[in-house]
Write a protein that binds this ligand. Structure first.
Ligand SMILES: *[C@@H]1O[C@H](CO)[C@@H](O)[C@H](O)[C@H]1NC(C)=O
Ligand SMILES: *[C@@H]1O[C@H](CO)[C@@H](O)[C@H](O)[C@H]1NC(C)=O
Ligand SMILES: *[C@@H]1O[C@H](CO)[C@@H](O)[C@H](O)[C@H]1NC(C)=O
Ligand SMILES: *[C@@H]1O[C@H](CO)[C@@H](O)[C@H](O)[C@H]1NC(C)=O
Length: 503
């Protein structure tokens, strides 16, 4: 089973690279559509993917005809690994020289009208869908290079350990952007198993926390029994200049040494982290912004690492976008796509479909998120209707809500884009309501909250109850005061006000 999966992931990388090759070739060939022929070929000449979760990546079977090119090193890396005899037809001979960025031009002749888009499989992305996305989103490719930079008091090692997926074009996937201290990294595998698409993960690793962080990254890449973490997860680390680790391991060297997998996972051994010993606050919004800034795709899902998405969310969402039907094609306001969140009993299996989830809700094995902690924080417009509405075959917008009235303090988790407002980096996780300032800006900018019908997030199993914590309450009071006295007036100056918007 594991070997099988490894093989599948390996072949997925072939397909991804062929898609890139195709785009590069189109770019090089100029904009004459005559020279371009979309010829579907079965890349590996093998049976189709058996795993439905992976299938959508397989649909991109095409190769450029009579096109010649040289690809930049970044593109060649995984491609060369995959030249394993099976795919001689895809190896192009060299003639012209490619630019070193994967900029992509889709000739307008290839644009597909909505009536031309015939989606057979919602869990797959066809060439027609990808072309449609390309022209609808009109997005730019982003750099995928390691960079060390400063962000306020923090040093950021962006792209410290990169996923092996190679080039990801901005329209063809969604990045789950998230953050954690290393003690939460047990969530990475269950998360990526359900997401099956790029993950951008920022890890706060001050002082002595960097060593177990690095070991955790190595463990996840080498010792989990499959290649999903390697293929999809890109790790960034950051720490305050006041808490610089004593040494900063060089990924170039530690990635070349396989991790000793007889050791137990470093993230489960944690008793006390450096962060706790020093009573540091968790800079949650620095972490969120770091993870988001590095995402290669147009669409991003900024989320908390303990929230596991429903399977096939990426292809189903992108097919919905490509279909571009109502209300997507009628509203001109900015938009985000909130996803309903639930908690499940510690002992149950995380549901895979809305139908399964509904069954668990009936049996009280699942509840709406934070029902017992802060019910109003996650009060979602039409939540009851959502829970009773039957699962449908296509992803659609269930309801267009606003962050107003009863929902004025709603802190939704949503699929958005790089255009959405950032999170205020002065707020800590301990101080709570750390997404409120972003929510306020979304409200003032009159964002539509297009709630998705079949998609959901499930918190890592285990239902949470409210526990009193005097120390934390003091931090909360301080942060509330700061938001009220300092941030609110700033945002009013910068973004203005709108009836019904509050913090
Ligand atoms: C390479 O391209 C040039 C024109 O750009 C053409 O004249 C030449 O025949 C091509 N060579 C090969 C091997 O295709
Ligand atoms: C790996 O770790 C185990 C247990 O810690 C140890 O017994 C073993 O010698 C190590 N193997 C190598 C190759 O270092
Ligand atoms: C972990 O913490 C517990 C108490 O919280 C303590 O009893 C135990 O010795 C600690 N273990 C290690 C390995 O430090
Ligand atoms: C929007 O899409 C619907 C199909 O859902 C179509 O009937 C309608 O004409 C489209 N409207 C516009 C303005 O394109």
């Amino acid at each position: 089973m594991m070997g099988n999966r490894r093989n599948l992931v390996f072949r997925v990388s072939i397909v991804i690279n062929i898609a890139v090759l195709l785009y590069a070739a189109m770019h090089l060939s100029g904009t004459t559509s005559n020279g371009i022929d979309w010829v579907p070929v079965n890349v590996d000449g093998q049976e189709p993917a058996r795993n439905a979760e992976l299938r959508y990546l397989y649909e991109r079977r095409a190769e450029p005809r009579n096109e010649t090119e040289t690809r930049p090193d970044a593109l060649l890396k995984t491609y060369d690994e995959s030249t394993s005899q099976k795919t001689p037809s895809t190896v192009a001979t060299t003639n012209k020289t490619a630019s070193s960025t994967a900029s992509v031009v889709v000739p307008s002749e290839l644009e597909i009208t909505s009536d031309g888009l015939d989606i057979v499989d919602e869990n797959a992305l066809s060439e027609a869908t990808l072309l449609r996305l390309r022209s609808l989103l009109n997005c730019n490719e982003r750099e995928f290079l390691p960079v060390t930079y400063q962000r306020g008091e923090f040093w950021v090692l962006k792209n410290y350990v990169r996923a092996d997926h190679g080039v990801v074009l901005c329209h063809e996937s969604i990045t789950y952007t998230t953050h954690a201290g290393y003690e939460f990294l047990d969530n990475v595998l269950p998360l990526v198993e359900r997401w099956m698409a790029p993950v951008s993960l920022a890890i706060h690793a001050p002082g002595a926390d960097l060593t177990p962080t690095v070991n955790s990254i190595r463990y996840l890449r080498d010792c989990t029994g499959n290649d999903l973490v390697r293929s999809f997860v890109t790790f960034h680390v950051f720490f305050s200049h006041k808490h610089i680790p004593s040494t900063i391991p060089d990924p170039e060297s530690f990635l070349n040494t396989p991790y000793n997998c007889s050791n137990s996972a470093p993230y489960v051994l944690t008793n006390s982290t450096y962060m706790k010993q020093k009573s540091l606050l968790y800079p949650v919004n620095v972490a969120r912004n770091v993870a988001r800034d590095s995402a290669l795709t147009h669409f991003i899902l900024p989320s908390d690492i303990e929230l596991y998405p429903s399977p096939n969310l990426v292809p189903r969402f992108l097919n919905m976008i490509a279909r571009n039907s109502k209300p997507l094609n009628t509203s001109t306001r900015p938009r985000v796509f909130p996803i309903s969140i639930f908690e499940v009993d510690a002992k149950v299996k995380v549901p895979s479909t809305k139908t399964e989830l509904q069954d668990m809700l009936k049996k009280k094995k699942a509840i709406p998120f934070h029902k017992f902690v802060c019910p109003t924080c996650h009060n979602i417009p039409q939540a009851q209707q959502w829970m009773t509405a039957a699962e449908t075959t296509q992803m659609e917008v269930f309801h267009v809500g606003k962050r107003k009235g009863k929902f004025v303090i709603w802190e939704p988790i949503f699929i958005g884009t790089h255009q959405d407002p950032y999170y205020d980096e002065r707020l800590s996780w301990e101080g709570k309501k750390d997404k409120m300032t972003q929510g306020y800006i979304l409200c003032v900018k009159d964002y539509d909250f297009m709630i998705l019908n079949n998609a959901f997030l499930i918190h890592k199993p285990g239902i949470k109850y409210y526990t009193k914590n005097a120390k934390r309450d003091a931090i909360v009071a301080r942060q509330n005061h700061f938001v009220k006295q300092v941030i609110t007036p700033e945002l009013k100056k910068l973004f203005g006000t709108r009836d019904g918007c509050a913090m």
